[in-house]
Design a protein. Structure first.
Length: 318
């Protein structure tokens, strides 16, 4: 029997915590951690820089105070240019120190572009690829020195997102991968095929879902990513067009022992009140489903078993 449910983590982004410019309201981290734990989650990612305590020991104590463990953290950096690289390295070293002290195993590296937000794509030329790979090796050395692994995260609006970029990355280096099913799908990439191509290099998995109809509006430029997120582009896991069941089935079948991060990328205009019901994990499941009908109504956590929805927790906007 799979121990998948013991490897399910949450993240502050589900509570709207994103460091991107103009992203929206940031809730108090103590509240986020309390409500994450109350929802039945026992592990989390780090969240944006400065959201949780920066001092490694303070972070370890803070997370432990909620009975939570730290599984990794998303750290963005511009790798294809050397401008301001020292600042990115310092941030990456600081985050790696935090995560190592808190007992995490991976640092999720977001290969961001020099543009603000996620609404502008970039296609690196050969010279930029050379700089990218050189700096990537530098970042991998930082995690290696701390007993961690680097998991690179292809992401819409970043330097690695499209199929040709993912293929070139896999063929040009040995970096581990954070497979984000939603962002790969949004970029026109089959995430299941990436999982197969990456093999043992898959270190971390982000489970997100969306419909191809909405994704195509973003791909074509009709709707910017940020606006699409506000409009509810990310849908309940299992209700969109991403083959999440296939991804999970394949990974579990080949003995994957890494973490699954189930979350929504949401935008909050203001603070909200969350009301939780009981959360109980009753049985081993094939799929965990997180749903947000929209930013102002509700967020619910459910489990799918044999086609039946078993509601475990409901969070209502009020």
């Amino acid at each position: 029997m799979s121990d998948m449910l013991s490897r399910v983590a949450g993240a502050p982004i589900t509570w709207g915590a994103d460091a991107s410019a103009g992203w929206g309201y940031l809730m108090d981290p103590a509240r986020v951690m309390s409500e994450m734990r109350e929802a039945g989650l026992s592990a989390t990612e780090l969240g944006p820089d400065g959201f949780l305590p920066s001092d490694p020991q303070e972070l370890k104590d803070f997370v432990a105070g909620y009975g939570m463990s730290m599984v990794g953290g998303f750290v963005p950096a511009i790798l294809y240019q050397d401008k301001d690289m020292d600042a990115d390295v310092q941030y990456f070293e600081r985050a790696s120190d935090q995560l190592a002290a808190a007992g995490a195993s991976n640092v999720v590296l977001g290969p961001r572009s020099h543009y603000d937000g996620y609404d502008t794509e970039i296609d690196m030329d050969d010279d930029q690829w050379a700089v990218f790979l050189r700096n990537l090796r530098r970042f991998q050395d930082i995690t290696d020195e701390r007993g961690l692994q680097t998991a690179l995260h292809p992401h819409w609006g970043m330097a690695i997102s499209r199929q040709n970029q993912v293929d070139r990355l896999l063929n040009s280096c040995d970096v581990g991968m954070c497979v984000d099913a939603g962002h790969l799908f949004l970029s026109g990439v089959d995430p299941l095929q990436v999982v197969k191509d990456a093999g043992d290099r898959v270190l971390h998995v982000h489970i997100k879902d969306l419909t191809n109809e909405m994704a195509e509006k973003v791909r074509s430029g009709e709707v910017p990513f940020r606006q699409a997120t506000i409009d509810g582009m990310f849908v309940p896991a299992g209700s969109g067009d991403v083959d999440l069941a296939g991804i999970i089935r394949y990974l579990e079948g080949r003995g994957y022992q890494g973490w699954y991060w189930f979350a929504f990328k949401i935008f909050l205009f203001e603070s909200v009140n969350f009301i939780f019901g009981d959360f109980k994990i009753l049985v081993s499941t094939s799929k965990l489903k997180l749903s947000a009908s929209n930013l102002f109504d509700s967020l619910s956590v459910t489990v799918v078993r044999s086609g039946d929805l078993i509601e475990l927790s409901k969070i209502k906007y009020s």
